[in-house]
Ligand binder design. Structure first.
Ligand code: PLP
Length: 383
């Protein structure tokens, strides 16, 4: 007789892999995700082996490649087009460093209220002579028509978040990409709040760079590795300014040169990685394969819609977004309410969320359930 437990594969049971859900109604993946027991076991085992017999960094490198392939599958990329770049800001820095000093009138177009990792690197391009054009937000995000008014024949780059972190506004990637590409501008997309939460594969061909880190919807809050899709065209245009042994064609044979043979793939843009993070990411990302990405996306969409409706029903009307601009983040303007006190009151009842830019921010991921939403609406004071 086989006594092995049957693995859980129904996404409605996903929370069984996330022990914290036993106590918490967790709506804070847009900040950091919960840990799965799969992730925790992988960390424990790696640290035990490290303690007993030394750290196996070759194993860490192999885990990073598995994780790279898993993220590539999630976003519909070939793994050879995905670089390991730890943060969105570092990916933006790579691109901005490759832009030549501006010629007269050259500009970049960015969002006025973007998360700073996708804002400061571009603001600094003013030092190279670029006019940095900041597009005001409308409906909590960037509307294509507003971007269009800021773009001209001298625009070198358009940068935006796929989903705005404070409002959940999902950008219209096809429309913004068309505006940017019409003038030959680079399309840089911060995927932090989208990748792992919702599908993006069908839009990948419309972007030059899609950067994300691992600590939100990719399920490893310990963070340490980021994944950066670079289109084949942009790879040709960028200089791998952080190249070291890891950027070599064969990293383990690239310690001392003397020749410099960089990888022909996007891995020539890799940074040296955290092996611990790689072990964690490999395990964390295995959850996507277990439940199936389509099932996860569908469930996320279903619960986000339910959350939106339940909040409205409780008098806490979320930022009103057209269907196409909705994501797995639902934001409610806090008005006069004190954000810190509001969060504290919810936290006391085991409900975890965030306050961002004047909004109560609630985010959904596969471990949420209908009962979390019931608990939340019961806990919120009637409005
Ligand atoms: C929209 C967005 N972009 C980027 C980041 C993180 O940036 P970085 O990877 O540079 O730390 C966050 C949150 O941490 C975010 O919400």
């Amino acid at each position: 007789m086989n006594d092995q437990p049957v693995p859980i594969t129904d996404v409605r049971r996903a929370r069984e892999l996330f022990p914290a859900t036993a106590e918490l109604a967790y709506f804070n993946t847009a900040a950091v995700s919960l840990a799965s027991s799969v992730l925790a076991a992988a960390y424990h085992q790696f640290v035990d082996e490290w303690t007993e017999s030394g750290l196996d960094f070759v194993r860490g490198e192999a885990a990073a490649d598995t994780a790279r392939a898993a993220v590539a599958a999630l976003i519909g990329a070939d793994p050879s087009d995905v670089a390991l770049i730890a943060s969105v800001s570092a990916a933006a820095g790579l691109v901005s460093a490759s832009l030549e000093p501006a010629r007269s009138g050259q500009n970049v177009v960015i969002g006025e209220r973007e998360y700073s990792s996708n804002h400061f690197p571009w603001r600094l391009l003013a030092n190279k002579g670029y006019e940095v054009r900041q597009v005001p937000f409308r409906n909590g995000g960037l509307e294509p028509g507003d971007i269009e008014r800021h773009v001209d024949g001298k625009t070198r780059l358009v940068a935006f978040s796929a989903v705005q972190s404070s409002t959940g506004h999902r950008s219209d990637i096809p429309a913004i990409s068309a505006i940017a590409r019409a003038v030959g501008a680079i399309v840089f997309v911060d995927g932090s709040q989208l990748v792992g939460a919702m599908p993006v594969a069908s839009e990948l061909g419309l972007v030059d760079v899609l950067a994300t880190s691992d600590h939100k919807f990719l399920l490893n809050a310990g963070r340490g590795i980021g994944y950066c899709y670079l289109s084949p065209g942009i790879q040709e245009r960028l200089t791998p300014i952080n190249a070291g042994w890891k950027a070599g064609a064969v990293p383990f044979e690239s310690y001392y040169g003397p020749s410099m043979e960089l990888s022909p793939t996007a891995s020539r843009f890799d940074s040296s990685i955290s092996w611990l993070a790689a072990i964690g990411d490999e395990a964390a990302l295995s959850v996507f394969e277990r439940f199936g990405t389509d099932a996860i996306y569908e469930r996320n969409r279903e619960l986000s819609d339910l959350l939106r409706a339940a909040l409205a029903g409780a008098g806490w009307t979320p930022v009103d977004l057209p269907e196409a601009n909705r994501s797995t983040i639902v934001a409610v303007p806090l008005g006069e309410a004190d954000p810190a006190q509001q969060l504290r009151e919810l936290r006391e009842q085991g409900i975890v969320c965030a306050a961002r830019d004047g909004n109560l921010r609630l985010s959904i991921h596969l471990y949420n359930h209908e009962d979390d939403i019931e608990r939340l609406t019961a806990a919120l004071a009637p409005r």
